[in-house]
Design a protein around this ligand. Structure first.
Ligand code: ADP
Length: 567
């Protein structure tokens, strides 16, 4: 049977006390033996005590060699019982010898446990009773009167009951402790087995953000040796980066959000392995909340390399399909415009109305196809950065004008424009900046009710932000509109996401605009943040590097080229 480390430790302690006890017994017997011979002239008792001391010495040696005190303990008690018998019939108890009688029950219970202690104490009773009876019937003569033996008997009884009660309660407590330890060991093993056999990486953090558990899959995937992550601050030890390789700020990491706000979160990002490699992962974090207090968080993640390969194939398909769709869409737009201009003869009002509907639906379809094409180009990394001098205020005014033209006649929006005078022209990709402005301004106008205000600010940023070059340009679009519900803000940059508060009011959206803005910002090494309160408004801020270099030379596709001119 295997023993737990705790049990081994307990046994060691018990053995040590038994050695000390046996040594003290041996020495006392030897000293008493010498004293009885030398000072009292009680030769018989003295010699017997010395013999007993020798026997106890042998027992002590036996204990040390065998390292098992059980058998030797019984031998020791037998020796002590023998000496007590001698003490009784020779009158040795008159002096210090009485000590052995009162120590015996304590020693017996301690050395041999509840049952053994009881057996040995009964043996002592039997001995005292036998000597009393033999004396009573005149068979044996001890130096004690009957009353003294009776007192000894009663004293022994009281001590025995006391020691027995104490021993029982200790045994019960020890049993209860062992049982609860056993139960918690089993629980731990069960939990560990489950966690170890999950096919995803599992990391558990305490409230301070330190790793308290990482399963083997997690350690393998992150490239750490077993147990190496334990105790380390997870977010500081294992960096997380986005597709462009920019480090994801601490506050946006799902673990941080779970620990500080207690809300479940998920994200698709890349973990940086110990060897510097990147692990594309789908990461979910959840807080451990007890009594409304966050005690830690659990993160699960899986490798999505394969899924990304499939996504890539899908993006390629979408690029191809969108590109093919552009030709018939352009043809429909062109022909509807001809019809509306009366090139094929004057239309009846009803006919003009139908053609108008075809024209607008086709325009929406064109916008959707454009968004799909931009999305897939960004995902494939085939959108080339083409730096050119850009007048940002001018570009922003153009976009605003275009967008305000599309507003219904009864919708009045106050527009404020703040362009820093020191902006000048910047070397940037005009198409990308226009796409960002277009999506942010379109959203602000779309999700702000009539009489609201939209403010567009463009300036050089004074802040130095993580992952953003020092001289960043800040594009900020603020509105006093419907805002984004707090519980849905973490999903705002997810592809095809549309918040619940606008879904039924605006059916036109694609859910791709913000995804595109964020992807472009990351693509060029910038970043995006937003603040929003439902029914109060939203502010989207995009930081971009002030100057762009052409990025790579590969993959400017025909579709991307065509698409550029159109937006
Ligand atoms: P959509 O085509 O639906 O506008 P976006 O990706 O541009 O797609 O935006 C995603 C969602 O984010 C929107 O459906 C809306 O719920 C929310 N949203 C974006 N901008 C704003 C804003 N300025 N005010 C309120 N909600 C916004």
């Amino acid at each position: 049977m295997s023993t737990t480390p705790d049990a081994t430790q307990r046994n060691k302690g018990k053995n040590r006390v038994a050695y000390i006890y046996t040594t003290v017994t041996c020495l006392s017997l030897a000293v008493f033996g010498v004293l009885h011979i030398a000072l009292e002239g009680n030769q018989l008792l003295g010699i017997l005590e010395l013999l007993d001391a020798f026997a106890v010495l042998l027992i002590l040696v036996g204990m040390r060699v065998a390292k098992n005190i059980r058998f030797q303990s019984h031998l020791l008690l037998l020796c002590i019982l023998t000496i007590m018998f001698v003490l009784l019939i020779t009158g040795g108890t008159a002096n210090t010898g009485i000590f052995w009688f009162f120590m015996f029950p304590v020693s017996a219970f301690f050395l041999t446990g509840g049952k053994g202690g009881m057996a040995w104490t009964l043996a002592l009773f039997a001995l005292v009773a036998a000597v009393t009876a033999l004396q009573h019937f005149g068979i044996l003569h001890t130096p004690y009167p009957f009353i003294a033996l009776r007192q000894l008997f009663v004293s022994l009884l009281v001590i025995t009951i006391g020691v027995y009660a104490y021993q029982r309660s200790r045994d019960d407590m020890a049993l209860a402790t062992r049982q609860s330890q056993q139960a918690s060991v089993e629980e731990k093993l069960k939990a560990e087995t489950i966690i170890e056999n999950i096919d995803e990486g599992v990391i558990a953090l305490n409230a301070a953000g330190e790793v308290i558990l990482a399963n083997r899959v997690a350690e393998n995937m992150l490239g750490w040796r077993p147990g190496e992550l334990t105790g380390k601050k997870f977010t500081a030890t294992v960096p997380m980066v986005d597709d462009a390789g920019n480090e994801i700020p601490l506050k946006q990491r799902p673990m941080y959000q779970a620990l500080t706000h207690g809300v479940p979160n998920h994200i698709t990002a890349m973990y940086v392995r110990k060897d510097g490699g990147k692990l594309p992962s789908f990461i979910t974090s959840r807080a451990i909340v007890v009594d409304n207090k966050v005690h830690g968080a659990i993160e699960t993640f899986r490798d999505i390399t394969q899924e990304q390969a499939i996504d890539r194939a899908k993006s390629e398909f979408v690029t191809l399909a969108s590109h093919q769709l552009r030709t018939p869409i352009s043809a429909i737009a062109w022909v509807s415009e001809l019809l509306l201009h009366g090139d094929a003869g004057t239309l009846k009002p009803e006919q003009a109305d139908y053609i108008q509907q075809i024209y607008h639906s086709n325009k929406r379809m064109a916008a959707l196809v454009d968004a799909m094409l931009t999305t897939s180009s960004l995902e494939l990394g085939s959108l080339q950065v083409r730096p050119q001098p850009v007048d940002l205020p001018d570009l922003s005014r153009q976009v605003l004008e275009q967008q305000l033209d599309t507003l219904p006649a009864d919708k009045i929006i106050h527009v404020k424009e703040n362009y820093a005078p020191d902006l000048g022209t910047v070397l940037h990709d005009q198409y990308m900046i226009k796409t960002i402005l277009h999506n942010l301004i379109a959203n602000a106008l779309k999700y702000t009710p009539s009489k609201g205000t939209v403010t567009v600010t463009i300036k050089r940023s004074s802040q130095r932000l993580e992952g953003v070059p020092q001289k960043a340009i800040l594009i900020q679009v603020a509105d006093t509109g419907m805002g984004i519900p707090e519980g849905q803000q973490s999903k705002i940059f997810t592809k095809l996401f549309r918040a619940d508060n606008i879904k039924h009011k605006d059916t036109d959206g694609t859910g791709l605009g913000l995804y595109i803005v964020k992807t472009i910002a990351n693509y060029v090494g910038g970043s995006i943040r937003f603040e929003s309160e439902e029914n109060k408004g939203s502010t989207f801020s995009v930081w971009l590097p002030a100057t762009m270099n052409a990025r790579g030379d590969a993959g400017i596709t025909e579709s991307t080229e065509k698409q550029r001119g159109d937006t």
